[in-house]
Design a protein around this ligand. Structure first.
Ligand SMILES: Cc1cc2nc3c(=O)[nH]c(=O)nc-3n(C[C@H](O)[C@H](O)[C@H](O)COP(=O)(O)OP(=O)(O)OC[C@H]3O[C@@H](n4cnc5c(N)ncnc54)[C@H](O)[C@@H]3O)c2cc1C
Length: 205
């Protein structure tokens, strides 16, 4: 989209002249968390459909609700939704407290987790509905296409994972020699520090 010779009255300016791109970027964080909230709602809708179908469809000697693999779908979906809801609330709390720029990791985490949760919830719902779920008589096939796009929109999941990993790695540093958790090294350090106490304990026993 190209704007040429556009004139904006000074009182209508949002921010300062030249800051448009920065402002556009800033809206992306709040936009992503808004996507995540809708994904949670969509996943709940997919779970509602799973449960309704499971309690209504009798196949191969029992209701689907009585089959352990279908129960697994229900449990996994419910766990995923609860996890995503808490991640989303945490990201929202972080944004309120520290602003969206300082919350890029939290926003990226719910973006990546939310898309996976949504995709899996709809996929399981289609599976439990059998051929009906795959048809356009149910909303699931359209939800599935949108869920697939969510892994690309507002930045591909992989790009968000790269940024999560980069910022996480900044919290750590390389170490010389053995890893910090190397057991023989830690044992030697503990003996050096507390060995005299060990001698006393042995003498007393
Ligand atoms: C339905 C839909 C709606 C959209 N709406 C908007 C919109 O409103 N506004 C807007 O600006 N854009 C929008 N987009 C564009 C979307 O943000 C891009 O499609 C997305 O960022 C991926 O960019 P790309 O398509 O150029 O793929 P590419 O950049 O070519 O990436 C393709 C694939 O390569 C891999 N990849 C790319 N970079 C990396 C990396 N750094 N590390 C590891 N793997 C990587 C990923 O697997 C990625 O999926 C929309 C896209 C879709 C499908």
């Amino acid at each position: 989209m190209i704007y040429r010779d556009v004139r904006v009255p000074a009182e209508n300016l949002i921010g300062n002249p030249g800051d448009g791109f920065v402002l556009a970027q800033k809206r992306l964080g709040p936009g992503r968390i808004h996507h995540a909230m809708r994904w949670i709602g969509q996943s709940q809708r997919a779970l509602d459909m799973i449960c309704e179908r499971a309690l209504s469809r009798y196949a191969h000697g029992s209701l689907l609700a009585e089959k352990q693999m279908v129960q697994d779908f229900i449990a996994e979906t419910r766990i995923d939704i609860a996890s995503a809801r808490l991640l989303c609330l945490h990201a929202a709390w972080h944004m309120d407290k520290h602003g969206s720029s300082a919350s890029r990791t939290e926003i990226a985490m719910i973006k990546v987790y939310g898309t996976k949760m949504l995709y899996n919830a709809i996929d399981r719902s289609i599976q439990v509905h059998g051929a009906l779920g795959y048809s356009a008589d149910m909303p699931l096939e359209e939800m599935y296409r949108n869920a697939r796009a969510s892994r690309l929109v507002d930045g591909a999941d992989e790009v968000h994972k790269v940024s999560i990993a980069r910022r996480t790695l900044k919290e750590y540093a390389a170490v010389d020699g053995f890893p910090t958790e190397h057991i023989p090294t830690r044992r030697a350090a503990a003996l050096e520090r507390f060995g005299d106490l060990l001698d006393i304990e042995v003498l007393n026993s």
